[in-house]
Design a protein around this ligand. Sequence first.
Ligand code: HEC
Ligand code: HEC
Length: 286
Amino acid sequence: MAEAEQAGLPRRVLRWTLIAGAVALAAVLVAFATLWSISEEQLSRKFPADPPALRVAGKANLAEGERLAQVLGCTSCHGKELTGTDFYGIQTPNIRRAAKAYDAAGFAFAVRHGIRPDGTALTWNMPSDFLSVMADDQIRDIHGWLASLPEVPDDQSATRMPVKRLGVAVGQLLLIPDVWRPEPVPVVAPKPEDPAFGPYFARVACAECHGFDLNGMIGGDAPSLPVVAKAYDLAAFRTFVKTGKNLGGQELPMMSGVARWRLSHMSDAEIEALHSFLTSLPNPGE
Ligand code: HEC
Ligand code: HEC
């Protein structure tokens, strides 16, 4: 009896191990299928897409389009060549191709409303909730410049793992139309000499990280701009924007790259107008 028990034990253990393994595998498959179907339900939702025509006439200024794509960060998330890149495990789209596939109105709708011409939505890692106020002339210039570039294959540097689906399924990656709010949009972007320049520029170029009110975001590392800007006189601010080096000549973990990649393409007049706007803002609580 004892002998038989001993002989049977490994077989029983093996059987239970196999059963446990099968149950675990089934659980993983069910979890995967559930996540897939939740994300599919979200990603295939359709929103009204009837993009209004841009309210600007005339041809795109291609050089300005290229500059704006840098200043406004399209090149940091969509890659230097704008053919997409790895953004925290998610493959960003090739927007040279999107600019050829979508007319200017459709492209503007995707950028500002987060809705593609086919009615599907972008997730909020595309900052359409911040770019929603981008002026028509700036979108025309960026679209025109992108569409003028030769077609090249998509970048494929991101992992093939379903990071975006997972983010959508667990409710981390919200759909833009679910968080979007209507706001007035200028036809032509304010020029640096216009008092409207500061608020406009800070909204489209800084708010993505420094928050809608520029006072930083909960859970984010970016500080209150009214507070930190006052430490910089105009000359130091210009150096910061052009080189990414802070007051002490040091590198900052994220902001130095933002300065060199994006903000170094600002004009002197823009830098001066932005500095004067930011330093004129009251600190939070004042
Ligand atoms: C913070 C990163 C980030 C920045 C900055 C950014 N994008 Fe995006 N963009 C994304 C991501 C991520 C997606 C894909 C979203 C998705 O898959 O739902 C996207 C999607 C798009 C799409 C939709 C393409 C399609 O057909 O699917 C367009 C158009 C676009 N971006 C244009 C722009 C332009 C123009 C700029 C600059 C003004 C810009 N983006 C700046 C991250 C960014
Ligand atoms: C992609 C995110 C991002 C964008 C866009 C961005 N910032 Fe920042 N910024 C940060 C972060 C994060 C920090 C905190 C330092 C760090 O971690 O690099 C910071 C810090 C700063 C600082 C403090 C520097 C110091 O001395 O400590 C200033 C000034 C600043 N940003 C200005 C701006 C301005 C002006 C804009 C828009 C024109 C802007 N930033 C756009 C992320 C961003």
